[in-house]
Write a protein that binds this ligand. Structure first.
Ligand SMILES: Nc1ncnc2c1ncn2[C@@H]1O[C@H](COP(=O)(O)OP(=O)(O)OP(=O)(O)O)[C@@H](O)[C@H]1O
Ligand SMILES: [Mg+2]
Length: 335
């Protein structure tokens, strides 16, 4: 069985660098060759920066600074037997390039460089404050947080773009619109919440609902004009000493603004942050221009796929609450 390093090097060029937090010596040499370190500067240590699923994300520390290196490999980092689009770091770099100089870039880490050969991005280290997953455990967005998460999307959704990102969109399409609604998908929902399998049956049998979900999936796949973040949920919102910053645009594409807004709405719904939910039309600037049926449809599908698909969240909800969410999501989708 080939090692991850060997598998990576056979997919990339032989002179590519395989990122490894345990290989400080190799990291020093790699960064030296890229002329990224200042004269006399050396990497003292490296560590895994945080719990991502898809990529290898490392914090490199020198005596005077730290920075983040993010490498995409031709598999899902957490499950290396599952293939994933190799070039997603390049998409992410493209996103940072498109937004550079725009307001949205102020609320993201600074983008330093990309190494296309090794599929490595180098980003500003925005600290160890963690993401906003604690919203699912009862934490709330205060007014400043709401302004920031809404303000970022409002600013981003003024940028026009041609970004296709077909490969990542196909992957997301499958996990959002197809797999969770396939009665033969083999996923054991009972291991998440006993009774959930039974509760999900009515969705899979409701032909009108299944048809509408399919239609929404087609809208997701069709090309649009606005640059979207593509994965706008609390896992992409980081706490920093300068307020919330937004990371991880690897699923970005030019599409309908309703998708980003619907996904955000879904996560505020699941976290039970009703104040933030009710205020969304005030802190997201383009609300009145949106097709509300589409927003509600995407929101409903996002809730369902998080309950019934593989990308589970740290939600502490019992079966009754999950049933309520399933019912309200179905109503949203069929609105
Ligand atoms: N610029 C940064 N500064 C500080 N920490 C960061 C930065 N970028 C990422 N991290 C840390 O690394 C974690 C994973 O980063 P990111 O979400 O970009 O990776 P990913 O592999 O795409 O994750 P996922 O599988 O959830 O999409 C973040 O949750 C965060 O803790
Ligand atoms: Mg990601």
């Amino acid at each position: 069985m080939a090692s991850k390093r060997e598998r990576f090097l056979s997919a990339a060029a032989p002179d590519a660098y395989f990122l490894d937090a345990d290989d400080v010596k190799g990291l020093r040499q790699y960064l030296g060759e890229r002329e990224w370190l200042m004269p006399g500067e050396s990497v003292q240590r490296a560590e895994i920066a945080g719990q991502g699923n898809m990529n290898c994300v490392v914090r490199a520390v020198t005596p005077s600074r730290s920075f983040i290196l993010k490498q995409s490999r031709p598999w899902v980092e957490k499950y290396s037997d599952i293939a994933a689009p190799f070039d997603r770091a390049l998409v992410e770099a493209e996103f940072y390039r498109v937004v550079s100089g725009a307001v949205a870039a102020d609320w993201m880490p600074q983008f330093y460089w990309v190494d296309p050969t090794s599929r490595i991005l180098c980003l500003e280290d925005i600290g160890t404050g963690g993401d906003l997953s604690r919203l699912y455990a009862g934490a709330r967005l205060d007014a400043a947080d709401q302004q920031r998460v809404g303000g970022f999307l409002s600013a981003l959704h003024t940028s026009r773009s041609q970004m296709l990102n077909h490969e990542m969109r196909a992957l997301n399409h499958f996990h959002i619109f197809v797999f969770p609604f396939d009665s033969e998908n083999g996923l054991d929902l009972e291991k998440f919440t006993p009774g959930l399998q039974q509760a999900s049956q009515r969705i899979k049998k409701d032909l009108k609902l299944v048809a509408r979900i399919k239609q929404l999936g087609q809208v997701y796949l069709s090309d649009g004009d606005y640059l979207l973040h593509g994965d706008y949920f609390p896992g992409s919102w980081m706490r920093t000493t300068f307020g919330i910053k937004i990371i991880d645009p690897e699923f970005a594409f030019a599409g309908p603004r309703e998708f980003d807004v619907g996904v955000m709405l879904a996560h505020l719904t699941m976290s039970g942050d009703t104040t933030a939910l009710d205020a969304l039309p005030t802190y997201y600037a383009h609300w009145s221009e949106l097709d509300q049926r589409l927003v509600q449809g995407f929101a409903g599908v996002e809730v369902l796929r998080r309950l019934l698909g593989v990308a589970q969240l740290p939600l502490k909800l019992d079966l009754d609450r999950k049933r309520d969410l399933i019912d309200s999501s179905i109503r949203r989708i069929l609105e």
